[in-house]
Design a protein around this ligand. Structure first.
Ligand code: ZN
Ligand code: ZN
Ligand code: FE
Length: 764
């Protein structure tokens, strides 16, 4: 007998059923399992089911254990293993490891993967002149390519995608059907013979060039300073050479976007390093399969047009993710402004004729293709802050990846609020948060909301028992929710939704102390909330402390003109006798004071965002904004490094609520300005004040309740000085601090929070 045979016979042979849940379909998982099983000398099979991937593997116990470790540690980049369970089975007689047929039975929790950036293998083929897909802009494999944005329904299979209209050629089909091929069941598989193609038109839709010639012509247009509308993965972009100042300015003018920073796409990491100071974590984010826009600190000197991100100390930067991007950045300028193709605040364009119609006045030419985009998805935005990557806008590359919840619960829908809206379905132990839908103030934008509610509900087959919406009666989302028949309707206070979202994302059931620092949210008392310390859990909350309500002269007009807010706060702080301050020069203060005196159109708010606006304006910051929170962002960037003392503040107990009086703070700021202090000093001292103030309120909440867990949420925490400062301070004081990572800290988390409050309601 051969010694090897003897060893084999004596080894303990077992058969395991390994079930893996998570994002394991459409990401090259089965070929990966097959390779690993063969490498570990195992027999058995792997199949896709509605629940995920089910493996039966047979072999020596140690080989099985090593196989499971490999599954966990070496899974394809885009796979997310949420759960792996092992059951023992009786041994069977078999001689190989095979990829079995998909089993469609069971509820579809496996879902559709997110869109994936071009992988390294495809990139090699793409630039290899001997490869049959050399420079073919629709190259992909099971490890990369579009997914969510081309899929109409589940199961994720070619007939359900916009690739259904392209019949695979023999060579593509052979790859698609070969279990050991990298393109085995790669649904968007295509080649120049059988797949989609590109063409370039002028603004009137007249054909200028096709296929390869279209790429060459587009690159030439970009080099010459043209504005090009490019059809990408989740929609059209408007692209211009980012080093061409005239072109960037013309784009801003045409798009009606005055100063808000524009995202850029660079040829490679080396080029990115010339523009941004990147950490290893930021480089990993840029290079990830999700390929988001990463907000990273600008290099002090660079060759970009100053109009790309005026006044901002960060750049929104990304790497090419579609093959077409790689081509254009290789042929044309090596850094492009790439901004969503829309007029400000409208949904991104996805359709060829829609693009011509809506963008005809903006773009000089249109690079289109015939692979339809079925679902809109903007580029995602992330940054790395306080030791973790944190998503600011969750869209392409992340959606529709489910969030795993701590427990089971009812099927519910959260419709969000009004700004930076998302919608969220939850069912069982999973939640699906939609892509960023934007601000739902117009009917055009609102149609994107309806589209998404219907689509997500269909692909995950969720029939909600409850629809959760905001307390604000006038929001379009509230009105839509109230029209839904046959479901429980639940109004959720905006900041309670923030708290619930932060707790649930961290799998913490509460209760906790929620520090919710925000712009705007409708309170049950009819005032605008936004500087709140809540005590609560998913089910309920009480308002432990809040900023004292202050007047907002003109309401929304004050949000757009922080000098008005500053004046309103001074008016209250000085009992109606406003002192002379430099920031009021050149403004019609008299009219605003008259409004304040009569209380006309001066809604009261405890918003923390408005406190930042007011202090920044009084200190001499930007009096009016051209994009959201511009004054506060610039004020934060101005903070000096000198460690001046905090400004005074006052906490006043009123019944069972703690009121943070801001009068002493505003007066101290005003006096410091009159004493000749510069913006840098006031900014640094104000940020320090905010950290000390909220830490003190948390200490009081902890003393009153015994709670030691603090959740941070609300858009003001996008201020990194406040976020990192308060986090460190609370941790040093022994608190456990919960913060967002996967979901935005801004209103992008509201729908998820509403859904979590809705589930708690159904539990009662
Ligand atoms: Zn690939
Ligand atoms: Zn083909
Ligand atoms: Fe909010």
């Amino acid at each position: 007998m051969q010694p090897t045979k003897l060893t084999f016979d004596l080894g303990m042979e077992l058969r395991w059923q390994i079930t893996i849940r998570g994002v394991v379909q459409g990401v090259g998982f089965r070929p990966f399992v097959h390779r690993e099983a063969v490498a570990h000398g195992l027999t058995g099979q792997v199949v896709n089911t509605g629940q995920g991937v089910v493996i039966e593997a047979q072999g020596e116990e140690t080989a099985l254990a090593r196989f499971v470790t490999a599954l966990r540690e070496q899974a394809p980049a885009a796979a997310v293993i949420q759960e792996l369970t092992i059951l023992s089975l009786p041994l069977v007689t078999e001689s190989a490891f095979v990829i079995g047929h998909s089993v469609a039975a069971g509820p579809p929790s496996a879902g559709i993967p997110a869109d994936l950036a071009l992988c390294a293998d495809c990139q090699r083929e793409f630039f290899d002149p001997t490869d049959r897909r050399f420079r073919y802009p629709f190259i992909n494999c099971t490890n990369c390519g579009p997914r969510y944005t081309i899929t109409r329904a589940i199961p994720y299979d070619r007939p359900q995608t916009s690739m259904a209209t392209f019949a695979m050629c023999d060579q593509c089909r052979a790859e698609y059907e070969n279990p050991t091929d990298r393109r085995f069941h790669a649904q968007p598989n295509a080649c120049p013979v059988c797949g989609p193609h590109l063409w370039l038109t002028d603004a009137q839709g007249q054909l200028l060039a096709e296929k390869e010639a279209a790429v060459v012509a587009t690159a030439a247009q970009l080099r010459a300073g043209a504005i090009v509308a490019l059809k990408g993965i989740g929609g059209f972009h408007l692209a211009v050479d980012a080093t061409n100042h005239e072109a960037v300015q013309r784009l801003r003018q045409c798009k009606g976007r005055e100063e808000k920073p524009l995202a850029i796409m660079v040829r490679d990491l080396a080029r990115a390093r010339q523009l941004c100071q990147l950490t290893a974590a930021e480089e990993a984010l840029l290079d990830s399969a999700a390929a988001p826009i990463v907000l990273a600190p600008k290099q002090p000197a660079h060759d970009l047009s100053p109009a790309v991100a005026p006044g901002s100390d960060r750049l929104g930067i990304m790497l090419p993710y579609a093959p077409l991007h790689h081509l254009l950045l290789a042929e044309g300028p090596d850094v492009l402004v790439m901004t969503s193709a829309n007029l400000s605040e409208e949904p991104i364009c996805i359709d060829n004729s829609e693009a011509l119609q809506r963008l005809g006045a903006i773009a000089d030419c249109f690079l289109c293709h015939d692979r339809d985009i079925l679902i809109r998805a903007d580029d995602s935005v992330v940054w790395h802050l306080a030791g973790a990557s944190r998503v600011i806008r969750r869209s392409r590359g992340y959606v529709p990846r489910p969030l795993r919840l701590a427990g089971e619960g009812a099927a519910v829908l959260g419709v969000g609020g009004e700004l930076k809206d998302t919608v969220c379905y939850a069912k069982g132990d999973q939640a699906w948060v939609s892509q960023h839908l934007g601000d739902l103030k117009t009917l055009t934008a609102f149609s994107f909301f309806r589209e998404t509610v219907a689509h997500l509900g269909r692909i995950y087959q969720v029939t909600p028992e409850l629809v959760a919406h905001d307390l604000h009666p006038a929001y379009l989302t509230t009105q839509w929710a109230r029209e839904q028949a046959g479901v429980v309707q639940l109004a959720v206070q905006h900041h309670h939704a923030h708290l619930a979202a932060c707790l649930a994302e961290n799998h913490y059931d509460g209760p906790a102390i929620g520090v919710i620092l925000d712009g705007t949210g409708f309170g049950p008392d009819g005032t605008i909330w936004g500087g709140e310390v809540l005590i609560g859990d998913r089910g309920s909350f009480r308002r432990f402390a809040h900023l004292a309500p202050m007047p907002l002269p003109g309401g929304d007009a004050a949000v757009a003109a922080p000098w008005r807010t500053g004046l309103g706060y001074l008016y209250v702080a000085y009992d109606g006798v406003v002192p002379e301050l430099p920031f009021l020069q050149g403004h019609d203060a008299g009219t605003i004071v008259a409004m304040l005196q009569r209380g006309i159109n001066c809604p009261a708010t405890s918003s923390c965002g408005r406190l930042f606006d007011a202090v920044a304006a009084i200190a001499g910051g930007r009096p009016t904004i051209r994009y959201e929170a511009q004054t506060a962002i610039e004020f934060m960037q101005a903070a000096g490094t000198l460690a001046g003392p905090a400004f005074p503040f006052e906490l006043v107990a009123e019944h069972d609520t703690l009121i943070v009086e801001v009068g002493p703070l505003i007066r101290a700021v005003a006096e410091t300005v009159r004493g000749g202090a510069i913006l840098a000093e006031i900014s640094q001292r104000f940020h320090r004040t905010m950290v000390e103030l909220w830490c003190e309120v948390v200490q009081r909440a902890a003393a009153a309740t015994g709670l030691r867990v603090v959740a941070l949420s609300g858009g003001v925490f996008q201020n990194q000085l406040l976020f990192t400062g308060l986090m460190k301070r609370l941790q040093a004081a022994g608190f456990t601090v919960l913060a967002h990572r996967e979901l935005p800290v801004n209103d992008g988390c509201i729908a998820f929070g509403q859904a979590m409050v809705g589930r708690a309601y159904m539990e009662r």
